[in-house]
Design a protein around this ligand. Structure first.
Ligand code: ADP
Ligand code: MG
Length: 253
């Protein structure tokens, strides 16, 4: 654990995602407040913070689903802020939504094929890739069922697969483990671990601290729109400001 805890962005020379001074307000509320961090290629980073701390809004800005008012987002050596979501996805930033988004009246396989086509894969390549992902995500047996007939957890796994039809430069996952059966949670964690070992870069939002500790060498914590801690996961979880942010949230509720 000791060596892994010291495994931070500095060990990953090449920047994958660089966020500088990104801000977004809703009326008087600063939902995202001058957020800056850099994720190196191949990193697996956790993003935590109490409800309402701005995690989803930040992901929406990164993926182009909401505009930032200020700041810059770079994917590799290219500035992407202000681009439309499809253009950002085509450049290799894929994201999963907190509220699952799949085509409910299309089969699981067709959902993957549609995602593959949107990413420019040819039919044969997409079919081969979909087969591998269905297997890896334990969805082979339900590949012909409409996505709407799958359990909530299976739909999440399917959306997960759609992000990986063409390996993205970075995958942003918004609470993928929330309300998912433990067996499927383990399938997802195994998938993340295996792809991270192959060099895939991830930013994973989760409230599930044991999973974050187990998966993510580095964690960023937000509170009230701002980054309040960023570093080795165990160090971040033990920081006073982080503990207070969570206690404050519970106290105010
Ligand atoms: N479209 C919106 N309009 C107004 N306020 C919003 C909107 N989206 C988010 N917020 C507010 O911004 C803050 C951050 O929300 P969010 O990014 O969803 O936090 P998290 O994902 O960390 O729970 C919250 O106070 C939330 O109520
Ligand atoms: Mg959220």
């Amino acid at each position: 654990m000791g060596t892994r805890a010291a495994f931070t962005q500095k060990d990953h020379g090449v920047s994958c995602l660089a966020v500088s001074n990104v801000s977004r307000a809703f009326g008087g509320l600063r939902a995202v407040d001058r957020v800056s961090f850099d994720i190196g290629r191949g990193e697996l980073v956790g993003l935590i913070g109490p409800n309402g701390s701005g995690k989803t809004t930040l992901l929406n800005i990164l993926s182009g689903h909401q505009p930032a008012e200020a700041g810059e987002v770079r994917l590799g050596d290219e500035a992407i802020q202000g681009l439309r979501p499809e253009r950002i996805a085509a450049r290799g930033l894929q994201r999963m939504f907190q509220l699952t988004r799949v085509f409910r009246r299309m089969s699981a396989l067709d959902n993957l094929m549609t995602a593959g086509r949107a990413l420019g894969l040819a039919q044969a390549g997409a079919l081969a890739r979909a087969g591998i992902l269905l297997e890896e995500l334990t969805l082979s047996r339900v590949s012909d069922l409409d996505a709407g007939q799958l359990s909530g957890g299976q739909q999440k796994l399917l959306e997960f697969g759609c992000c990986f039809m063409s390996p993205p430069k970075i995958a942003l996952l918004d609470e993928p483990f929330a309300a998912v059966h433990p067996a499927m949670k383990e399938t997802m964690a195994r998938f993340i671990r295996a792809h991270h070992a192959d060099g895939q870069t991830f930013l994973v939002v989760s409230h599930d601290m044991p999973v974050i500790v187990e998966l993510c060498p580095r964690t960023i914590c937000m509170n009230a729109g701002a980054v309040i801690a960023d570093g080795p996961t165990r160090t971040v979880l033990n920081e006073r400001s982080v503990i207070e942010a969570y206690l404050g949230g519970a106290g105010a509720a």
